[in-house]
Design a protein around this ligand. Structure first.
Ligand code: HEC
Length: 457
């Protein structure tokens, strides 16, 4: 009787943890975006400190408050964490990468080959230079070059300061379509403001040797308008002809994604120098920000162009559940937070609606969240059966998913692999191979890998 009661208590506590915490702290409390709760704790590791962390949270760092929970519930969560800590740290579910292993996808077999497997912190994004080099960002604020398949030891100089805190840091890198003449490199970053404020900023600089020069701002807010905290920055950069598209997250400013007078929770479109195209959808509307192309978006860490059809694909983190893949069109409203398939991290509703007139439905949504990161449209010639397929990567669930689309809807979906690390970026290389940046957990180096066909083996 006593044993049954004890068992029931433990599973109830685990249940609460599973419901409220695993999305950010991982199945075994061994970490995800919220960090491991098994190793040393930043804010103290006794009962009172853990209770305080859960009840009051660190909203500006991405840890929500759970003030509405009864003292009893807070207590069992603390006890459960302390029990899990006593069990000792468990290795994360990352498998070592076997580069010889032939993996079988539908239509193609392939191997995963590592280009860079050492010396990278959290790789966030990369792009290809016309001379064969690869340019890559590390979230901590470094731009790196990969030349002849080797990581150049010295980081690129001249990168503006970034604040790496919460979800912030150096994010996207994109090479100007006419780089050979212009030498422009575009970056998106979390720009530090006054006090605990920060904001996504889009800049460009000319790559000369190992240095960015002639830095210019493509998009920024005045510092006085930076919102507090360090979450929901976005951000990606994509070129299409004379235009550059970039994504900016909601920054946890409630309701902002629906307002046209603030840039948060939007996809933006400008000319390459940041000026506003006169045919943007909200140009001329009083109070509206002219660069807005689409709105109602939460945290768009994925953005890609289909170079053939010029469709723009966007992937965004939902709250708890409700991650989305969207096909973004001019002037449309993607609904956040008025419609969503997710709920708040504390288990309370964001909205009672998942659909509404005048708001777009996602092409695919995920509950529980897989933590969608980058999206890419495969446009190379090495995997002909996957030509024009949409690939989505995920952080927490470490998945690479392939979609065949028909008329903007999912016709078929395949999970290609999982558990090789958090997927940060995906792009088609000029050689037709599929390149992926992986963030390994527990401080191991980030990787840059590529999928190489192994058909007929
Ligand atoms: C939305 C994501 C998210 C959710 C949900 C979440 N956390 Fe956190 N948590 C974080 C982040 C991010 C931090 C790190 C804050 C920082 O950098 O100091 C954190 C920090 C903590 C800490 C302090 C860790 C330390 O190093 O001192 C504790 C304890 C904690 N979380 C417990 C919980 C519990 C228990 C739950 C469920 C009731 C929970 N968290 C749910 C994101 C989350």
């Amino acid at each position: 009787m006593l044993l049954a009661l004890l068992g029931a208590c433990q599973s109830y506590a685990q249940d609460q943890f599973d419901q409220l915490c695993v999305g950010c702290h991982g199945n075994q409390a061994n970490g995800g975006k919220g960090g491991s709760l098994l190793g040393p704790l930043k804010h103290g590791d006794d009962h009172a400190a853990i209770l305080r962390a859960i009840r009051d949270g660190y909203p500006e760092l991405g840890m929500p408050t759970f003030q509405h929970l009864s003292e009893g519930k807070l207590h069992i969560l603390v006890v459960r964490i302390l029990e899990m800590r006593a069990d000792g740290p468990k290795p994360p579910p990352v498998q070592p990468l076997d580069q010889q292993l032939v993996r079988h996808g539908e239509g193609h077999s392939y191997r995963i080959e590592a280009l860079v497997s050492d010396g990278l912190e959290v790789p966030w994004s990369f792009d290809f230079l016309p001379d064969g080099r690869i340019i890559l960002t590390e979230r901590a604020g470094r731009v790196r070059l990969i030349e002849n398949g080797k990581l150049v030891p010295a980081p690129v100089e001249g990168v503006p300061p970034v604040i790496e805190k919460g979800e912030g840091g150096l994010m996207a890198v994109a090479v100007h379509p006419d780089f050979a003449h212009t030498r422009w490199i575009y970056l998106s970053l979390s720009d530090p403001g006054e006090g605990d404020r920060a904001m996504t900023k889009i800049v460009r600089g000319k790559l000369n040797g190992n240095r960015l020069t002639d830095m210019e701002t493509v998009f920024a807010l005045p510092k006085g308008k930076y919102p507090p905290g360090y979450v929901l920055f976005g951000s990606r950069i994509v070129f299409d002809g004379d235009y550059v598209f970039f994504s900016i997250g909601e920054r946890d400013v409630k309701g902002a994604a629906q307002r046209l007078d603030v840039p948060f929770g939007k996809i933006h479109r400008t000319f390459h120098d940041g000026t506003i195209p006169p045919d943007n959808p909200f140009v001329g509307q009083p109070g509206a920000i002219g660069s807005i192309w689409a709105y109602g978006i939460r945290n768009p860490q994925g953005l890609a162009l289909n170079p053939l059809t010029h469709e723009i694909w966007e992937a965004e983190h939902g709250p708890r559940g409700g991650d989305e893949l969207n096909r973004v069109e001019k002037g449309k409203n993607y609904g956040w937070p008025l419609i969503t398939y997710g709920m708040n991290y504390d288990g309370t509703p964001v909205s009672d609606r998942t659909a509404a007139p005048g708001m777009e439905q996602p092409v695919r949504h995920w509950t529980p969240s897989i933590a969608t990161s980058q999206v890419a449209v495969y446009s190379g010639n090495k995997f002909p059966h996957w030509y024009q397929n949409v690939f989505v990567g995920s952080l927490a669930q470490q998945k690479l998913i392939r979609f065949e689309m028909k008329d903007g809807k999912v016709a078929h979906e395949e999970l290609l692999f999982t558990n090789l690390g958090r997927i940060r970026d995906i792009k088609t290389g000029p050689d037709g191979l599929i390149y992926i940046a992986l963030e390994q957990l527990n401080g191991a180096s980030g990787w840059l890998v590529r999928l190489v066909p192994a058909d007929g083996t």
